[in-house]
Design a binder for this molecule. Sequence first.
Ligand code: NAG
Ligand code: NAG
Ligand code: NAG
Length: 214
Amino acid sequence: MGPQVVYLFCYCLCIAMCGTKLVEAIESPAYTVATSESDLEIRLYSESSWLSAPVRGTSFTQSTEDGFHRLYQYMHGGNLNSSKLAFTAPVLTSIPSSTSSHGNDYVVMFYVSTKYQGKPPQPNPELKLQVDKWRSHCIAVRKFSGFANDDNINKQVEALINSLSKYYGSSDTIQDKGSYSIAQYNSSRHLSGRLNEVWINVSGPNAQGCPLSH
Ligand SMILES: *[C@@H]1O[C@H](CO)[C@@H](O)[C@H](O)[C@H]1NC(C)=O
Ligand SMILES: *[C@@H]1O[C@H](CO)[C@@H](O)[C@H](O)[C@H]1NC(C)=O
Ligand SMILES: *[C@@H]1O[C@H](CO)[C@@H](O)[C@H](O)[C@H]1NC(C)=O
């Protein structure tokens, strides 16, 4: 990864996530907190639309940059309506639970702002983006600071899985063991006070409820 790529990524993230902030607060997907512990939070997220950039790659960091770049173009008019869309937080990257050095299917995502929920403009085909609809569901969340990268995310994921076992006896609450996600909230120009989260889909004893602590 060359310095120019890094520069572009920083620049884009900055425009995306600080520029807008001066004008209005950055939107995030809505949720309610079902359980809150020192080392984990269970949230119930509302139904929502997300713009997704699938990326085949070997690195979380590199794949996030690749996907972000395509989403950035979409947000800046790379859609059939030439509409400009407001950026939202976080930048979410879903990662397969078992990764291979030969290549993995990452997906980099942005929540679609309220104005376009359910009806975002069609992406230009060459950007290879898709619109994903999420039904309302529960997510176990672990927060961590610093820069999320290939060297530190696995430790955070393991810690969240351990917390889930601690509170729920086993990892049976985990809905889909095949993948988890990393949410990044801040522009790369912020060196401190950064917030990231590990997200794992979970389900409670009944289909509607999120798991509650014992
Ligand atoms: C995009 O443009 C089409 C055709 O003009 C219009 O019907 C549609 O509502 C627009 N979509 C958005 C999200 O602005
Ligand atoms: C989490 O669940 C939602 C709703 O079922 C689904 O759309 C999404 O793809 C899941 N995410 C992961 C990382 O499995
Ligand atoms: C990072 O993002 C979080 C969540 O939006 C925010 O609370 C925090 O203040 C941000 N940090 C910086 C340094 O801007």
